[in-house]
Write a protein that binds this ligand. Sequence first.
Ligand code: UDX
Ligand code: ADP
Length: 472
Amino acid sequence: MNTKVKNICCIGAGYVGGPSMAVIADKCSNIVVNVVDINIERIELWNSEDLENLPIYEPGLSSIIERCRNRNLFFTTNIEESIASADMIFISVNTPTKKKGLGAGKASDLKWVDASARQIARYAQGHTIVVEKSTLPIKTAQTIKEILAVEKEDLINKSMKNKTFDILSNPEFLSEGTAINDLENPDRILIGGENKKAIEELINIYSSWVNKEKILTTNLWSSELSKLIANAFLAQRISSINSISALCEKTGANIQEVSIAIGTDKRIGREFLNAGPGFGGSCFKKDISNLVYICDHYGLYEVSKYWEKVIDINNWQQKRISKIIIDRLFGTIAQKKIGILGFSFKANTNDTRESPAISICKELIEEGANLSIYDPKVSKSQIEKDMGQLSVKEISFLKGEGMWSFSQSIEESAYCSDAIVILSEWEEFRYINWKEISKIMRSPSWLFDTRLVSNINRDLSFGIKVWEIGCG
Ligand code: UDX
Ligand code: ADP
């Protein structure tokens, strides 16, 4: 590797910062990588001896951590020192949608990016390449540049004038659950920037394991915008197929058959055509909202309305599923026990941000159902945070309604339940022994499969009535 970069700092040890720095450290053993975070508890978990207990569950991650941690990969709260010693700094902090103020509900809240830029301006030494890695609205690089310039001006009086910066945009396209494979074998690496030397430094790092032909360089704005647009296009495919799932249910068509039939057209492609309970995750809704906000800002109202519809269909799909469950259970679910299988926004992650399970479960609880929620990786405390309601020890279905309890297994969740709802596509949900489960459910029992993962045979379902998404 032909790089001058010997020391990297990443601000933010989350779902993006953690795995992406682990892979850089693994592939570039001659570079020291310090991942810093203000969240002490998170850093302690990254440093925990118990590799099963890392703050992020991601297949393949723990073995990389085991290999690299305290060799050339360090997790620390010592932000000042890590910034000072870095030649290159990645910003991987959270950028959720603003809850209040100008652009509330649409624009990204950049206060953590802002704080990171100020920390960099304060502690950096010599020349530093600053790389945007978080998903950010277009023109954020400009904001970072301005903050660095203003802060530097302020520090000149304190004889710290030797700092210089280059800003690059290097959006991350990893998908949770397959992050390590996505990072090790990316479809492309995108680098946006102005300074050729800085771009070359980042290319040198990636070319340790990525074919140079896969490394695309653009101007800053194209790179920032491409990340939003990639996510908007992916989310659009899901809203499209979800809208058709409803039509299949009415017409007797089958959404899986339709997906295969259209996906074999290579212009359309097979990926991202799985109907489900609606997309979740930290990026899709946030990025489309951002896109809508930008289009409105530039007076492109037709364009913003077009993309807003992708979010509208997603909300509609989630509501549609709760309504179907209520309707099938004779219009009332008060005091009924419903087993929920899967709470993460998709399989193979413990992340619940924007998970469709949150709104679906809240609606079922609102209608008086008692839920027993099981997810292989999401913790009880996380579900309590998302539900805004503490769990009860045991669902007592005669004495109360609108409660939920945390289940340790599929069986516990199914025990004495009137219905089971599959909300994320964890592998273990594909191999449920329905014969045994039917014996512990209350009759008439229902299965609602919103992911089409169940192996149940509709004609031999041991008395369980089956509803599957997109199946007429
Ligand atoms: C996404 C992008 O894929 C990734 O490139 C970007 O960096 C971050 O945002 P992520 O949110 O981790 O990644 O997961 P993704 O696999 O895209 O799934 C998002 C949501 O769409 C999930 O809720 C998933 O269940 C849903 N989905 C996906 C479907 O409902 N059907 C599909 O066919 C695919
Ligand atoms: P993402 O999915 O984008 O990685 P996460 O919320 O998982 O988002 O991670 C972002 C991390 O950034 C959090 O752990 C948060 O504590 C950290 N963070 C936010 N602001 C700062 C800051 N100024 N300095 C250090 N870490 C920060």
